[in-house]
Design a protein around this ligand. Structure first.
Ligand code: NOJ
Length: 571
């Protein structure tokens, strides 16, 4: 890696590293690669992925063609929830590296044209955080406890259910051994929720934002973004709470917080993006967070959870684009992340939708079908307007690892469900880089075993093997990302549906780019007058196979004068 700053980076007069200022709308169409740091690459051989490993592999990400990386929490943390339990927001967990290495990484990535987005976790912190330790030590009624939700009560204060399953309150013990106050934690007991009504909390997270923007990060992914504010009356959750009436989700006061964050982001050069993790079924509520003075974008979980059927995918895309239009925000397209089942496995199942409540052990899947559909889905999503998220390993077609020995499972979601939910470890298994070696090149050969065991048989899925294979998932992703960046229609072109008949999903971007996905069980002819740009499966006698996507470009004069939606009829 070069020490010198490339022309892609700049340093402000105060010496602060900054992403380039030349494209203030980069986040509207960026390809963003999610790095689950613990499982990406282990540079020091301790079995855990780290910044050193990521720095060694930046060349891979540059070759893949991504515009940005989003790194899951790298802060000081006891790792009770994989780092989403932060004990110091301004320090790096020594297992992952140091603050200097973090800065070097941001700088080197910028040198390769890759921006860095980091995770910020504002709903809760770790029980090891000095604030919480001080609150425990100071006792009931102390100002230190006001930064949290401590409640004096004989009974559990509410019966709210944690997104991880189980209760959301834990009772403390007084120094004399008697039961003390309860404190709120929407997730694990090791993740106490902070009180966003307290001025210290607001000031602290704004300062953390500035700390990282000053170090050159191009954006933040906001964890649990809809959960920060609670109804101070702490009522039970009503059966069907009206808009903004849920006691701990999507409360109207959140918008004021994000307006302040946007104002902070706007003071920095180089367009620093705020990306919300918002699981909200009501799209009219979801979209309010994307108004021009709030968040830049938010994850599209409706699409991510959508079953693999033509009408439902069409409906999800239509609804997404229509909802974003009035606020002028770009859509995002996400096939998976570190919390959900890998696409290759999900899409090979009978039920291809995703829902946390449905996760269980031993759900059968058709691996081949899953691969085909994941390839088709990759091309389909890469052709849609907006930004694209790729979760590490999806570009290799990694399946969910469903046979991790129970005693190796790490995820609190598994344990908090009483062991019925397999948890999220299956999509977090360390990446295979090489076909051989003790950890497929995740760490140095012969080093400490990876923190989660890798399955046998991943040689052919490794990066090195797939690089050599022109039809591999990796080669498909690479070509798709390159074309997406180079093709003006794909970059900025308008979107329009094609009506191609039952089971066929087709759309146009710009004047000449066409994407068609075949959801039927038959091979189908492609419309005449177009050049084939890229397909997820080889064409058979010019026909598109079931569960495959084709990218086409209009070429002939005839095609140029024929409305695209009539080209099919001319066969
Ligand atoms: C969402 C994150 O993606 C997940 O991994 C984490 O467990 C919860 N938020 C709690 O921070």
């Amino acid at each position: 890696m070069t020490d010198a700053l490339s022309p892609q980076t700049q340093t402000t007069p105060g010496g602060v590293l900054s992403p380039p200022d030349d494209d203030p709308t980069w986040w509207r169409r960026a390809v963003i690669y999610q790095v689950y740091l613990r499982s990406f690459a282990d540079g020091d051989g301790d079995g855990t992925g780290d910044i050193a490993g990521l720095r060694q592999r930046l060349g891979y990400l540059a070759e893949l063609g991504v515009d940005a990386i989003w790194i899951t929490p790298w802060y000081m943390s006891p790792l009770a929830d994989g780092g989403y339990d932060v004990s110091d927001y301004r320090a790096i967990n020594p297992e992952f590296g140091t603050i200097d290495e973090a800065q070097e990484l941001i700088r080197e990535a910028l040198g390769l044209g890759i921006r860095t987005i980091i995770d910020i976790v504002p709903n809760h912190l770790s029980d090891a955080h000095p604030w919480f330790q001080a609150a425990l030590a100071a006792g009931p009624g102390s100002p230190e406890r006001e930064r949290f939700w401590f409640i004096e009560s004989d009974e559990i204060p509410t019966h709210w259910t944690s997104p991880f399953g189980g209760r959301t309150w834990t009772r403390t013990t007084n120094p004399d051994g008697t039961p003390g106050e309860w404190y709120l934690h929407l997730f694990t007991p090791e993740q106490p929720d902070v009180n966003w009504g307290h001025p210290d909390v607001r000031a602290e997270y704004e300062s953390v934002l500035r700390f990282w923007f000053d170090r050159g990060v191009a954006g933040v992914r906001i964890d649990s973004a809809a959960l920060l504010v609670k109804d101070p009356q702490l009522p039970e959750v009503a059966e069907n709470p009206g808009p903004g009436q849920h006691p701990w989700q999507d409360r109207d006061e959140l918008h004021d917080i994000y307006t302040s964050w946007r104002a902070i982001a706007n003071t920095y050069p180089g367009a620093r993006a705020l990306v919300g993790e918002l699981w909200l079924p009501d799209v009219s509520r979801f979209i309010r967070y994307l108004r021009p003075n709030e968040l830049h974008t938010a994850f599209n979980f409706d699409f991510m959870a959508c079953p693999w059927t033509e009408p439902e995918i069409r409906e999800s895309i239509t609804m997404t684009l229509a909802a974003h239009e009035p606020v002028g925000a770009p859509a995002t397209w996400v096939l998976s992340n570190h919390d959900v089942t890998r696409p290759v496995t999900r899409l090979g199942r009978v039920d291809t939708s995703f829902a946390f409540e449905k996760k269980q052990f031993n759900v059968p899947t058709d691996a081949q079908k899953g691969q085909r559909r994941a390839r088709a889905a990759a091309l389909l999503t890469a052709a849609l307007p907006g930004s694209l998220y790729i979760y590490q390993g999806d570009e290799l077609g990694l399946p969910e690892v469903e046979n991790i020995p129970r005693n190796k499972l790490n995820d609190p979601m598994h344990y908090q469900s009483g062991g019925t939910d397999p948890g999220r470890d299956g999509c977090r298994v360390p990446l295979p880089w090489e076909p051989d070696g003790s950890s497929y090149g995740f760490g140095p050969d012969g080093a400490t075993e990876p923190w989660l065991p890798q399955p046998h048989g991943w040689s052919s899925l490794s990066v090195a093997s797939q690089k050599r294979e022109p039809h591999s998932m990796l080669s498909l992703y690479k070509r798709a990302i390159r074309l997406r960046a180079e093709d003006p229609s794909l970059r900025d072109g308008d979107f329009g549906w094609l009506e191609l008949g039952e089971g066929l999903l087709g759309f146009v971007r710009g004047t000449d780019f066409i994407c068609i996905t075949n959801f039927t069980a038959q091979h189908v002819p492609l419309p005449a007058g177009n050049a084939v740009v890229l397909t997820s499966e080889e064409l058979v006698d010019g026909e598109l196979a079931p569960d495959a996507t084709a990218w086409l470009r209009r070429t002939t004069a005839a095609a140029a004068t024929t409305p695209i939606d009539r080209m099919w009829e001319r066969q």
